[in-house]
Structures are given as C-alpha cells and as structure tokens.
Design a protein around this ligand. Structure first.
Ligand code: 1GP
Length: 248
C-alpha cells in the first residue's frame, strides 16, 4: 500500500482534495450498522476511514475487522486517548492537542504508548490537533479539559499551526468538534492554510455539500465527516462527488 502520508502530500501538491469518513466506535453498537455503513463506503469510495472518538470503546478492533472483511479502504486511527490504540489499523494520526494546555494530551499519553506504537510498526503521522470554539461545549472540549480557540481569532489558529509544524507536526487537523455548529469559519481555514506547508485536514460539524465546498475553497486539503453520515449515510456519495470534482 502507498504510504498514507504520501497520499496526503501528493494530493495536496496536485491541488486535489481528500475525503475522510469518520467512524466513532461508540456509535456503532451492532455489526448490522457497520455492514450498512461499509456498503455505503464501497459505493461512495472515500479516500480513507478514520476511526476514533472521545470515549474508550473496547470494540474498536472488532469494528476494524468487520470493515476489513468487506472493504479495502485504508483505516486510520484517530484516537481520543491511548486506550484506543490497536495495531489492526493501517495508520495512526498521532494527535497532539496543540490548541490546549493539557500536558497529558500534548505529550503524556504519547509517552505511555510510545513503545507499543514503535513495536507495532504502524505508519504514524504526527498531527497537530487544533480545536476551535463551537456554539456549545463539544465532547472533545469537555473530555480534553481544554479551551478551544475563539472563532474570531484566526491569527491565533495560524500561529498555533505554525508552532505545531515547527515542532514537527506533519499534518494539521483543524477541528470544531464532532457535531459542532457552526463548523470552522472559512477565514480561519484560510489563515491556517496560508501559514503552513503541510496538509490541512478540516472537520467538525460539516453537514452539507455547501459547507464542504466552503471549507475546500478556503484551503482544506482533506475533509472529515462523521456525525451526519451516521444519520444519513446516503449523503456520502454526494460528498465524495463534490470532493472528487477537484481531481484533474
Ligand atoms: C470530529 O472532525 C470530526 O472529530 C468529524 O466531525 O462528526 O461533526 O462530522 P462530525
């Protein structure tokens, strides 16, 4: 398999965009749900599947196996904490919550898991995770015990992203939080994109083709959608089509 990070960089360099579908294992309690979702993914063909959430769910490995039996898309861990690590995935976004000041999520959990990650040989992508304010307290804000960056402060988001890349982050994930409303403002996406030369992932509360187009036009290299697709999996095909329109 082509290295996942190479896919991010090559796509960005071509001016194309990636579509990542998020599965929160906490929301997939029956195999039937997974099967239905996988059928939709096989039709829509997103570029990658992210798996993770705010709570610890012992079924992450089982769900990954259920997906792999039915679909060949790469599966990338997007862990809310070290307990969600499993070497069954194809890659790991090693998230450091750089908008926050909680040392455990900046470096602590990483130290706990470091030897396990190294021994697993899993492709690991150092990712600066930036949480942006929403109109309500999101699960990630509550669980991480951090303050998100105010929506009206794109310069702080840009400076945070620069600091992350200077510290070695190879991806920046700009996030309003799962189920957020509204999503990350386009001025903030543009400011962050302008400030960095690594791929930019944007997610959190994207629910419509128009919102995805706005994020892409502002500079997102990859779009993550989770919640709305759990409610309405059929939307996946139109989202994939919108994102693929950037392919030459
Ligand atoms: C959350 O960015 C992801 O971490 C996706 O958000 O579930 O709101 O689409 P949604």
């Amino acid at each position: 398999m082509k290295l996942l990070y190479t896919t991010f960089v090559d796509t960005m360099n071509k001016g194309e965009k990636l579509f990542l579908v998020l599965i929160d294992p906490d929301h997939f309690t029956h195999e039937k749900q997974v099967v239905r979702f996988v059928e939709q993914m096989n039709e829509a063909q997103p570029d990658m599947i992210l798996i993770g959430g705010s709570l610890t769910v012992e079924t992450t490995t089982t769900i990954i196996r259920q997906i792999k039996e039915r679909c060949t898309l790469p599966i990338v861990l997007f862990p809310g904490n070290a307990f969600q690590f499993t070497s069954e995935a194809d890659g790991l976004l090693l998230l450091s919550l750089i908008s926050g000041r909680n040392p455990d999520l900046l470096i602590g959990q990483h130290v706990v898991l470091a030897q396990t990650i190294k021994r697993s040989g899993i492709e690991t992508i150092s990712t600066g995770y930036i949480l942006v304010e929403s109109d309500h307290t999101t699960a990630v804000e509550y669980i991480s015990n951090t303050h998100p960056i105010p929506r009206t402060k794109p310069a702080i988001a840009a400076a945070t992203a620069i600091a992350g890349t200077l510290l070695g982050n190879r991806l920046i994930y700009l996030e309003a939080g799962s189920g957020a409303y509204p999503p990350v403002p386009s001025a903030m996406i543009a400011a962050v994109k302008e400030a960095i030369d690594v791929p930019l992932i944007v997610g959190g509360g994207l629910r419509t083709v128009e919102e995805i187009q706005t994020a892409l036009e502002a500079g997102a290299d990859a779009i993550v959608v989770g919640n709305i697709l759990e409610e309405t999996p059929e939307l996946m095909t139109s989202f994939a089509k919108t994102i693929r329109e950037y392919r030459k």
